[in-house]
Design a binder for this molecule. Structure first.
Ligand code: ZN
Length: 294
């Protein structure tokens, strides 16, 4: 199992094998490609674009896909997946990244906000013309968007998925079987403020490792200011390392935050003994690697 980072800065950090850089954010900010790294692009969540043109937003019968519409518990503002001009702009950005010397592209938030979206007149018209069920049409719409993106992407192609192993297709239009034919790996964010309660993390990591047809990379939040939270994070990484994962990615504020995780692990003899005692060989191998650099 590899250990990697998800970062907001285009910098590699010693001790990590895989580097994922957020090159386009949910607020609409888009940055130049990070060379030699996996560039992670938010596709349909774009608060800035929706502010500039409110007609872009995905719609439900109870209002738009905006954070301020609290009938839907959305963390971001979503553009309608069939808006032709927005799609073209997003795909152009992805194509531009791929012209640089990057490792590959990961896409996130390229799907419907939830089951009741999108009922704008364009989507309803397309759905009726398709002759498909609501669920099938929405899944096909998302898969086609990924197919179009894949044609423009050079290198490793990955997608993030909402961590719902049961209703992903009905709610978000994520046909994980069809998407598995397109991607090199799945990136599953299991974000939390801490992992002091971690059973759900281990359960979902195991579910996805067992059910997806391509390699699985799990992302955990590592913006941990306290020793207690760092300890819980590292033990959670140890538990999920027992399942068939290609990598665990740590989401950090910055490079110093990433180094803090390594130094904590290297200097914590109790943690090393605990990992040894309970046979977490894979995790001990990762920390052994860190001892050479930290
Ligand atoms: Zn729509």
């Amino acid at each position: 199992m590899r250990i990697g980072l998800v970062t907001y800065k285009p910098e590699k950090v010693e001790g990590y094998d895989l580097h994922v850089y957020y090159s386009k954010w949910t607020d609409g900010q888009a940055f130049p490609a990070a060379k030699g790294m996996q560039n992670d692009v938010t596709v349909l969540c774009d608060a800035k674009a929706i502010r500039e043109d409110p007609s872009l937003v995905a719609m439900s019968n109870t209002g738009p896909a905006l954070r301020k519409n609290r009938r839907s518990n959305l963390a971001f503002d979503f553009v309608c997946p069939t808006h032709p001009a927005y799609r073209a702009k997003a795909l152009n950005y992805i194509e531009g990244l791929s012209q640089e010397n990057i490792l590959g592209v990961t896409l996130n938030l390229y799907h419907f906000p939830d089951q009741e979206y999108c009922v704008c007149s364009r989507c309803v018209e397309k759905w009726k013309q398709s002759g498909l069920s609501w669920t099938q049409w929405r899944a096909q719409t998302v898969t086609e968007l990924l197919q179009e993106a894949k044609e423009r992407i050079k290198g490793t192609f990955a997608v993030e998925i909402y961590p719902d192993p049961v209703l992903a297709k009905e709610r978000y239009g994520l046909d994980l079987d069809a998407i598995g034919d397109l991607v090199d790996y799945f990136h599953v964010p299991l974000s939390s403020r801490d992992y002091l309660t971690n059973y759900w993390t281990i359960m979902l990591a195991r579910d996805f490792a067992a059910s997806l047809k391509k390699p699985v990379v799990v992302e955990l939040s590592a913006e941990m200011p306290t020793d207690e939270k760092l300890e819980a994070l590292l033990k959670t990484v140890a538990y999920i390392s027992r399942h068939k994962l290609d990598a665990v990615l740590l989401l950090v504020h910055d490079s110093e935050n990433a180094r803090q995780v390594c130094r904590y692990a290297v200097n914590n003899n109790d943690l090393r003994d605990w990992l040894e005692k309970y046979d977490f060989g894979e995790m001990n191998r990762i920390i052994d690697g860190w001892t050479k650099q930290y």
